[in-house]
Design a protein around this ligand. Sequence first.
Ligand SMILES: Cc1cc2nc3c(=O)[nH]c(=O)nc-3n(C[C@H](O)[C@H](O)[C@H](O)COP(=O)(O)O)c2cc1C
Length: 192
Amino acid sequence: MTSILALSGSLRAKSFNSMLLQAAVAVAPAGTSLEIGSIRDIPLYDGDVEARSGLPPAVAALKERIVAADGLLLASPEYNNGIPGVFKNAIDWLSRPGSDIPRVFGDRPVGVIGATIGRGGTAMAQAAWLPVLRMLGAQLFVGERLQVASAGSAFDTSSGALTDASVRSLLEKYMAGFARFVERQRASSAGP
Ligand SMILES: Cc1cc2nc3c(=O)[nH]c(=O)nc-3n(C[C@H](O)[C@H](O)[C@H](O)COP(=O)(O)O)c2cc1C
């Protein structure tokens, strides 16, 4: 079984990015488990807190969930053409201490998808993740692309269901490709 941990970069109850991850769970291919984690309990990064008390419990726990998973899927909103602060803040905490980056992110297969009410489909935010993931030494999945524009009409906002058939089929394609990518990385890191 290939395991993927997914994180939404939005705290909103009616977040389209969280809805996208719920839909991804439903279309994950056979042999792949997709679990949704949360960044909600991660505080603002404060170097004094880290120096005094180390990692907050929510950060330490989420780090271990990433380590336990074969792959990491980020559903990122786009704010002002960039990465939302709450999401970047979470990844910044998860990258501490720096000496632990190889264990948590190094060579880990990571996918970035996103949904927006705008027309750009989070393309700018997804591009902004590139230097961050490169810095962390992750293996970025670029084999498919999922940039959901006009999300207000792709989801049923009351139930959270993904109702747009073309987005669903793109999501299926993305998840199939990402799961294969994660599985390949897992097989190659397991050695001969
Ligand atoms: C501060 C802020 C800045 C935003 N900037 C952008 C933007 O640059 N591009 C875009 O497509 N949408 C932008 N939006 C709209 C978001 O795409 C929209 O709020 C979306 O629903 C956020 O994702 P969520 O539904 O997962 O919370 C912005 C929203 C906020 C609150």
